[in-house]
Design a protein around this ligand. Structure first.
Ligand code: ZN
Length: 128
């Protein structure tokens, strides 16, 4: 349990240093608090906002997610729904993006931490 792979740790939104501590204080489906983060890791104490304004960069990742959704949904609708009217594209894409906002927001921040935070994996001894 203490030896999560990077992929599993990212999927579970765990601290990039110890891969044990949670990053977010509430579940993604808690729409009022999905964006609340621990200031530092509850297990190893890593301070998550590694520099001031660090998470602004996550907006670009989030934007990338949205572009990906638009492309995939557009291609699927074109081929599976036989190129429906434009309002169908807009309705489907808008619905998907609105519904997935909490998840996109969180994974954008998690990816930011893992790939741009300059934090190395450093397991803590969980037996103590
Ligand atoms: Zn940690």
């Amino acid at each position: 349990m203490s030896n999560r792979s990077t992929v599993v740790a990212i999927l579970q939104c765990r601290c990039p240093r110890c891969r044990q501590g949670e990053v977010f204080t509430h579940a993604a489906w808690n729409l009022r608090r999905f964006d609340h983060m621990y200031e530092s890791c509850p297990v190893c104490g890593l301070y998550y906002e590694v520099e001031v304004g660090f998470f602004w960069g996550a907006m670009y990742i989030s934007y990338g997610f949205s572009v990906g959704i638009v492309l995939v949904a557009g291609i699927l609708l074109f081929y599976l729904a036989n190129d429906p009217p434009m309002w169908v594209y807009l309705a489907v894409v808008t619905t998907i993006i609105v519904l997935s906002t909490p998840v996109l927001f969180r994974y954008a921040r998690i990816l930011m931490l893992y790939f741009f935070g300059g934090i190395k994996y450093n397991p803590v001894d969980s037996k103590r």
